[in-house]
Ligand binder design. Structure first.
Ligand SMILES: *Cc1c(COP(=O)(O)O)cnc(C)c1O
Length: 473
């Protein structure tokens, strides 16, 4: 074996497993090993291709149209609907926002109306495209408030947004009502079904009540749905659907104003790798509607068991009853979620901490996969043990020295020297100007949690800046 390949294998051994059903964030596992193996082969087969020009790689055009056609079924798309395969949820959302803005060029100060629980990628799109986000508070169960959303829609609103479901809490916004409100106001409505679309589509077919969330709702003009989440495809694939070709058109970009090839792009990418598309196409072809029905049964079955199991564990509770495959847990004052997350990691389970938000306590986020079903008992046992271990040590004490430094920092004025002092105090300083990754996260998470959103952003940007430093030989 080549030296580089064996080094790559060594390096990868540090990572969280992408398969096996125990990593409950960032990755999604169908448990279908043969499909995954074939999909990886498809990715490799297409590793060198480029979707920039469908006349050079016509197979990519065919795969994309077939994938979008499959997705149309899932979102009850009208015959007029069209779609675009993108590199991920964020790109789908960025395009949806850019397209909505550019469909209304006469609006000089465009706004976008969002439930406060909308995915952060909308704020990224707002920042990139100069659209002002209008964040509308949500109700007690973290769902969008229809009246307040409607009230926020104005003549300058280029897009309203709803989640199906929201990432943080896993609840579906009242989309039927939001659609009616958006229609009445003449505002396009984007449904962010990035994480939940693929599974919500099958929830009703297996007899679970599902709120209306897709193109069956008049007023919904675009929907994003990720392949690389509950489509269980390799990473780098999502779909943005529009109700009509006219709605999609502003997302296309063309330029003949240079001496090279006339550049025509359907997405933010130009050179468009064929690997993720081929991997997604192969996965969806192999699993099919029947397969996805089974996967939805397994995944939502696992969620039911986790919900029932959490009820029996003293110290943690649901933040809200989940509408789909995402579970958010809160801890009572005997322990904190950050220690529970570390303890889960020691037991081979990766769960994702979410920070304090709008006066709500921090939570643990579980993106449950179909492959988790056979491991639910083990998961609940690990959770029970982790909560007990976290209760044993009690809530994490914030290091007073570090807290003092934090209190003195202004996010907008964070200097390199400030940050160096903080890294030193936190024991995360590497060689000069470089940071290391911590083993246990609780101490750091507690500090970030105490920092407030603006300082948290500034600290993490500074930290990433120190992590991503060139290694020169
Ligand atoms: C994951 C997610 C996104 C962003 O998708 P990426 O693929 O991570 O870029 C957007 N919205 C929701 C609700 C998501 O869960």
């Amino acid at each position: 074996m080549s030296g580089a390949l064996s080094r790559l294998q060594e390096l990868q051994a540090q990572d969280r497993p992408t398969h096996g059903g125990r990593t409950l964030a960032y990755v999604f596992d169908s448990g279908l090993e043969e499909v995954d193996r074939l999909a990886a082969e498809a990715v490799a087969m297409y590793a060198g291709t480029n979707g920039l020009d469908p006349s050079a790689f016509p197979s990519m055009l065919i795969m994309e149209n077939e994938l979008v056609g499959f997705a149309c079924d899932l979102v009850e798309a009208p015959p007029t609907a069209v779609g675009t395969v993108t590199s991920g949820g964020t790109e789908s959302i960025m395009l949806a926002v850019q397209g909505a803005r550019d469909a209304r060029p006469h609006i000089r100060k465009p706004t976008m109306v969002l439930p406060a629980t909308a995915h952060a990628s909308f704020l990224k799109a707002a920042a990139y495209f100069g659209v002002e986000p209008v964040l509308v508070p949500v109700d007690q169960e973290f769902r969008a408030e229809v009246g307040a959303m409607a009230h926020a829609m104005s003549a300058d609103t280029v897009l309203a947004v709803a989640s199906a479901p929201s990432y943080a809490h896993g609840v579906v916004d009242p989309i039927a009502w939001l659609g009616a409100a958006a229609l009445a106001k003449g505002v396009p409505l984007h449904v962010d079904a990035c994480i939940g679309g693929w599974i919500l589509a099958y929830a009703e077919r297996i007899g679970r009540v599902k709120p209306a969330w897709n193109f069956s709702v008049p007023g919904v003009t675009s929907i994003s749905v990720d392949l690389h989440k509950y489509g269980y495809t390799p990473k780098g694939a999502s779909i943005l659907l529009h109700r009509t070709p006219a709605d999609r058109k502003p997302t296309y970009f063309a330029s003949a104003a240079w001496p090279g090839y006339t550049m025509v792009n359907t997405t933010m990418q130009s050179t468009k790798p064929g690997g993720p598309l081929a991997g997604a196409w192969l996965t969806v072809q192999s699993i099919g509607h029947e397969g996805y029905l089974d996967l939805a049964r397994s995944c939502l079955g696992a969620v039911d068991l986790i919900v029932a199991g959490v009820d029996k564990i003293e110290g943690v509770d649901l933040a809200v009853r989940p509408d789909s495959s995402l579970v958010a847990l809160v801890a009572d004052d005997t322990c904190d979620v950050f220690t529970i997350a570390d303890e889960m990691a020691e037991r081979g389970w990766y769960v994702q901490p979410q920070m304090t938000w709008h006066g709500h306590p921090p939570t643990l986020h579980l993106s449950v996969s179909a492959a988790t079903l056979p491991l639910v008992d083990e998961c609940l046992e690990a959770l029970g043990e982790s909560v007990a271990a976290a209760q044993e040590v009690g809530p994490v004490e914030v290091d007073r020295n570090i807290l003092k430094i934090l209190r003195s920092l202004r996010p907008e004025k964070l200097t390199d020297a400030d940050f160096d002092a903080l890294l030193q105090a936190a024991g995360l300083a590497g060689d000069t100007g470089v940071a290391t990754l911590p083993k246990r996260m609780a101490q750091i998470n507690v500090l970030l949690n105490a920092s407030g959103p603006a300082l948290r952003e500034a600290l993490l940007v500074a930290y990433l800046d120190r992590l991503f430093r060139p290694v020169r030989v």
